[in-house]
Design a protein around this ligand. Structure first.
Ligand SMILES: NC(=O)N[C@@H](CC(=O)O)C(=O)O
Length: 420
């Protein structure tokens, strides 16, 4: 294994220093290390995504574990949690072990499978959560993402069940009766465009119900892709009462608004939908306050035929892994400690991923990324490592180039390029 000397790097914005990597860990100085000139670069703990769609098994035309892992490494990630809405659904020990094994084989990031809450994501019958938890994949997060666990009795039972192994239910909060036929955020713009609306209350009502259920049974709830100002208020109150709830926001909900639907370009169709400017402002503040714990990408690759079609027929979802850090940097600037917390430490804690989200001290696992905050890059969809092209940021100039990423001391990205 190669040893590295990362020369003159700023750890989380501190004074430049030399960082050595040897034998998979941050080490004391060693001889014969490969020197990386890191003047002007910032070292962060490797990013961790609690919400990634890798599409394998089933939709390898949109993404595979390997292509998604490469996109993740290029985005500065060292671990991603793979959502269960594959085909077949990741609702058995067999499927989660398959995804976990594919992640190991790709060897670019740690791929931690998420298990489905219900069989086939159908919301009727609880999946074998225990079997997934005790499998080689060691599943701790369970989610029907793409669908809401709408049945309150089933949600309660799932919350109770995962307590036995300190698991967490990650809820896609969407009251399905309130979003039937929905195409975009319900508001002024949807009225103008004549598209069926997805009202904010459909998200807020489920979060309100679920924090009460989690409180009642004393279990852990995680809320996926929070998108409205009202949801932030529900979460703020629940946290103040001590409910064990965590929440994520996506880069696109921190940046984009429903006005973008006006061109009917399906690249802006996503679930939950892009909201209003005041929602965006509330989400930004909530991430600062810690009411929202993490930035999660909800990286949702889709094949061309599923995206480049009429708005109503297009699948919802956007790419996220390769642009997340630049988007966050463009919003918050060089607040490195905040970025490290919301994109690495907190997600590693939620997902129970020991070895990630560390402090880069000597002896700790060398999971880290080097960023050039001064570099700017125009997003070119054809240059992305993802197998899909559905980025909403095409043509935008974003700050922050990911120069290198290390997974347990092995370089996965060097000079801004994937090593394998
Ligand atoms: N977030 C999305 O817009 N899409 C997700 C699933 C979903 O939440 O609908 C996907 O898997 O494509």
């Amino acid at each position: 294994m190669m040893a590295y000397l990362i020369k003159g790097v700023s750890i989380l914005g501190a004074e430049p220093t030399d960082l050595y990597i040897n034998d998979g860990v941050i080490s004391a100085p060693v001889e014969n290390a490969e020197v990386i000139d890191a003047a002007g670069l910032v070292a962060l703990p490797g990013l961790v995504d609690v919400h990634t769609h890798l599409r394998e098994p089933g939709r390898e035309d949109a993404e595979t574990v390997e292509t998604g892992s490469r996109a993740a490494a290029l985005g500065g990630y060292t671990a991603v949690c793979a959502m269960a809405n594959t085909s077949p659904v990741a609702d058995t020990a067999g499927v989660v072990e398959q995804v976990w094994r594919l992640g190991r084989e790709a060897g670019l990031v740690d791929v931690q499978p998420i298990g489905a809450v219900t069989v086939g994501l159908a919301g009727k019958q609880m999946a074998e959560l225990g079997a997934m938890a005790t499998s080689a994949a060691n599943v701790r997060i369970f989610s029907d993402d793409g669908f809401c666990v709408a049945d309150p009795k089933l949600m309660r039972r799932a919350l109770e069940y995962v307590k036995a192994f300190d698991g967490v239910i990650a809820q896609h909060a969407e009251e399905p009766r309130l979003t039937e036929g929905a195409q975009m955020h319900e508001g002024e713009v949807s009225t103008r465009l004549g598209l069926t609306g997805w009202p904010a209350v459909a998200e807020e009502a489920i979060i309100a119900r679920d924090v009460l259920l989690a409180e009642h049974v004393g279990s852990r709830l995680h809320v996926c892709h929070v998108s409205t100002a009202g949801s932030v208020e529900v979460l703020r109150q629940a946290k103040a009462r001590g409910v064990r709830v965590t929440a994520e926001v996506t880069p696109h909900h921190l940046l984009l608004t429903d006005e973008l639907a006006a061109g009917y370009d399906p690249v802006f169709k996503v679930n939950p939908p892009l909201r209003t400017r005041s929602d965006v402002e509330a989400l930004r503040q909530a991430l600062l306050d810690g009411v929202i714990d993490v930035v999660a990408t909800d990286h949702a690759p889709h094949a061309v035929q599923d995206k480049e079609c009429e708005w109503a027929h297009a699948r919802p979802g956007m790419l996220g892994l390769e642009t997340a850090l630049p988007i966050v940097l463009s919003i918050y600037g060089p607040q490195w400690d905040l970025i490290a917390d919301r994109m690495s430490r907190a997600p590693a804690r939620i997902a129970g991923l020991a070895g990630h989200g560390g402090d880069l001290s000597v002896g700790s696992p060398a999971n880290l990324t080097l960023v050039d905050p001064a570099a700017r890059r125009v997003v070119d969809p054809s240059e992305l490592a993802s197998r899909s092209r559905n980025t909403p940021y095409a043509g935008m100039t974003l700050p922050g180039r990911i120069v290198a990423t290390f997974l347990r001391g092995e370089a996965t990205v060097l000079d801004g390029k994937a090593v394998k």
